[in-house]
Design a protein around this ligand. Structure first.
Ligand SMILES: [Cu+2]
Length: 152
């Protein structure tokens, strides 16, 4: 009964209307699938506020207090010592990246110097676009924090 009606309807409407209905049906299915699967989101990284790494700063990562400090002004090519202090950390590493720009490999493993202090000798590459906006992705054991900073 419904199929007879459907056949009649198909015969009466033009091919364009049929295409439109088909399109609506397909897009409805697509959006339903989207809702069911869910928006594939990247796990969000916490961003810490550290306007001046050379002056040093403190921030919280989960329940841990982290202190970060460079031993001088941060410029490309000239190496600097970066000190991370965090109670109970077992492994500390960092990457230096720029948003939307491949800056080459720059992963640093921090060496435990004394107690809860970790040190790495870091050298930032020169940016061909002259940009100075960096992100340090700091890995502390299994946790990660993103620290934006500017080089000179
Ligand atoms: Cu760059």
């Amino acid at each position: 009964m419904i199929w007879q009606w459907f056949a009649k309807w198909r015969a009466s409407v033009g091919i364009h209307a049929q295409k439109l209905v088909r399109f609506l049906w397909l897009s409805m299915r697509a959006s339903l699938l989207f809702v069911l699967v869910g928006c594939p989101e990247k796990p969000t990284i916490v961003t810490a506020v550290c306007p001046d790494l050379a002056a040093g700063c403190q921030f919280l990562l989960s329940d841990r207090m982290i202190h970060a400090k460079a031993n001088g002004a941060i410029t490309a090519i000239r190496p600097f010592k970066l000190t991370i202090t965090s109670v109970g950390a077992k492994q500390v590493s960092a990457e230096f990246v720029m948003q939307g720009m491949e800056m080459g490999p720059s992963r640093y493993r921090f060496i435990s110097s004394s107690g809860d202090t970790w040190i790495a000798d870091v050298m930032l590459p020169i940016c061909v676009q002259g940009r100075r906006d960096w992100y340090m992705i700091l890995n502390l054991d299994d946790r990660q924090v993103r620290v934006p900073f500017t080089s000179q």
